[in-house]
Ligand binder design. Structure first.
Ligand code: URA
Length: 188
């Protein structure tokens, strides 16, 4: 766990961008560091900033329900992190410069977890990790493989709170994620 502790410490003390001035807590990540699947959101909201844990507000409650549909639990068998580790004021999208300053931490987390499957939660994560011109409406649920990791994106839980009509297709995406996870883990 030496590498993790070092990374966590560096991240907790980070002043690489202006978000450090308004944060209450750095939101490093949560879950099993040996998980086969990693979920990546956008950045902490108010509740996350106050508690120091990703996805603990209303969107987080929905995310936990989505995970349980496919037999996942944030403490047991997956890992959850964000593109930026500190809350953007008023929950605005993280700026390109803030993402650039922070993305190295996520890259190190990805290397340490070494997941078989990586799921982007929403547009911002998909654009950053899959393709700059990623279109979530058109491409959610599609798969690509990069450096041995199967990658996909689904709608962000906040989008599903705002627009319940997106839930049935997300349910299908979740089932496909469970299936992919089965496929890639049973060949070991
Ligand atoms: N939205 C995100 O993208 N990440 C969180 O941690 C919380 C809400």
């Amino acid at each position: 766990m030496g590498d993790w502790e070092q990374l966590r410490r560096t991240c907790m003390a980070c002043t690489r961008c202006g978000l450090c001035e308004t944060r209450h807590n750095v939101v490093f990540g949560v879950g099993n560091p040996q998980a086969d699947i990693l979920f990546v959101g956008e950045g902490p909201g108010e509740q996350e900033d106050l508690r120091g844990e990703p996805f603990v507000g209303p969107a987080g409650k929905l995310l936990d329900d989505m995970l349980s549909i496919i037999d996942l639990d944030r403490k047991e068998n997956c890992y959850i992190a964000n593109i930026v580790k500190c809350r953007p004021p008023r929950n605005r999208d993280p700026l390109e410069t803030e993402q650039d300053a922070c993305i190295g931490f996520l890259r190190e987390q990805i290397a340490l977890v070494a997941p078989k499957v990586l799921v982007c939660l929403g547009r911002i994560a998909a654009k950053r990790l899959i393709r700059e011109d990623y279109r979530i409406t058109r491409e959610h649920g599609q798969w690509t493989q990069e450096n041995g990791i199967w990658m996909t994106a689904i709608y962000h839980p906040s989008a599903l709170l705002r627009d319940v009509s997106k839930r049935p297709e997300t349910f299908e995406d979740l089932l496909a994620i469970r299936e992919k996870l089965r496929q890639v883990t049973e060949t070991r």
